[in-house]
Design a protein around this ligand. Structure first.
Ligand code: UT7
Length: 338
């Protein structure tokens, strides 16, 4: 329990995906790939692609509005907005500031957070600190991506994997015994080269050469990221359960970052969880990076699968390299006993 005696948890959820669906069959016409390869190797069947008019802030805003409705709070009640993204509208100003303005959250501070696909988990943890210290009542945390903008649509190693989307959560005070019980954030910067976008920053500013050499696209060594994910999230999950004094069979749901069904299945096996207890959306949305976990959580809550008091483990990994594990006891804010 934090010294303040305040425990932070989720009090509202929202998500948004663009309308356009890109199927594996369509990708077969774009690069040398096969639907069967994509399904077998990744579990992905289709993904969403933002329209040319949509930037990351547009997706984030839609998800944020739904999360505010779900939490039954107004924009003026938001104290802080954190947008976790790898595809901000601009290098600056922060996408969070664009969302703040368009939402009309006139009291809120706002900043972006960059931690690869683990960004939402990092942002959740940062937001929770503000609530648990007593400084803020409501923090809006968003994971939003338009990864389609930094994909090389001629590179079959990456273009079949990613999709666009956004998920948002309102973090606030929850009753004793509920909320974010344990969080561990981790990183290994020595693996940074395994997943990066080389140009567009101070190291390699945009120039004709950087564009000609396709340096503004995402590059990935999938195999190395895969190994890191299985190791870091597996060890982190067991550590989280141990530190919370829980046994494997106390776990009700696992929400892994939706990168690849094989990574998800490996995590489930390590935790001895049947796949019915594992939330999966990678089949329909691909890897939506920072949006994948809140999107999967919202879907399960909407479906009524998650019950008050359920123990939920969330695991994320991604560029940095970074990883995070959060154990949460679900507070059913929709039942209204707040
Ligand atoms: O959110 C965090 C971000 N990233 C990830 O989580 C990615 C984690 N990694 C993965 O999901 C997997 O590594 C991939 C699905 C990306 C790839 O699976 P893999 O088992 O690591 O395969 P690989 O990259 O070693 O490629 C195996 C073969 C290669 O052919 P050769 O060299 O064996 O002839 C690739 O060229 O599969 C080929 N390949 C493809 N074939 C058809 C790679 N991409 C494709 C494709 N269609 N789209």
């Amino acid at each position: 329990m934090p010294e303040s005696g305040i425990r932070a948890g989720i009090l509202g959820l929202g998500s948004y995906v663009p309308e356009k669906v890109l199927t594996n069959r369509e990708l077969e016409k774009m690069v040398d790939t096969k639907d069967q390869w994509i399904v077998t190797m990744t579990g992905i069947r289709e993904r969403r692609i933002a329209s040319p008019q949509q930037a990351t802030s547009d997706l984030a805003l839609e998800a944020a509005r739904k999360a505010l409705d779900d939490a039954k709070i107004s924009p003026a009640e938001v104290d802080l907005i954190i947008v976790a993204t790898n595809t901000p509208d601009h290098l600056f100003p922060a996408t969070a500031c664009i969302v703040q303005d368009r939402l009309g959250a006139h009291r809120a501070g706002a900043f972006d957070l960059l931690a690869g696909c683990t960004g939402f988990m990092y942002a959740l943890s940062v937001g929770a600190q503000f609530v648990e210290s007593g400084m803020y009542r409501h923090v809006l945390v968003i994971g939003a991506e338009t990864l389609s903008r930094i994909i090389d649509w001629e590179d079959r190693n990456t273009c079949v994997i990613f999709g666009d989307g956004a998920g948002a959560a309102i973090i606030g005070r929850v009753p004793e015994g509920y909320g974010l019980i344990h969080t561990k954030l981790g990183s290994d910067g020595s693996g940074g080269q395994y997943l990066d976008m080389p140009a567009g920053g101070s190291k390699m500013p945009a120039c004709r050469e950087s564009v000609d050499n396709k340096m503004h696209f995402l590059r990935m060594n999938g195999r190395e990221v895969f190994k890191f994910a299985v190791r870091a999230c597996g060890d982190g999950s067991l550590e989280a359960l141990k530190s919370a004094g829980l046994a494997l069979n106390d776990l009700d749901f696992l929400i892994p970052h939706q990168a690849n069904i094989r990574i998800i299945e490996a995590a489930a096996k390590r935790l001895q969880l049947p796949m019915e207890k594992v939330l999966v959306n990678v089949d329909r949305f691909g890897n939506t990076s920072t949006a994948s976990i809140p999107m999967a959580l919202e879907e399960a809550v909407n479906r009524g699968s998650i019950k008050d008091g359920d123990n939920i483990l969330m695991t994320g990994f991604g560029a940095g390299l970074t990883w995070a594990v959060t154990l949460m006891r679900w507070y059913d804010y929709r039942s209204g006993n707040r």
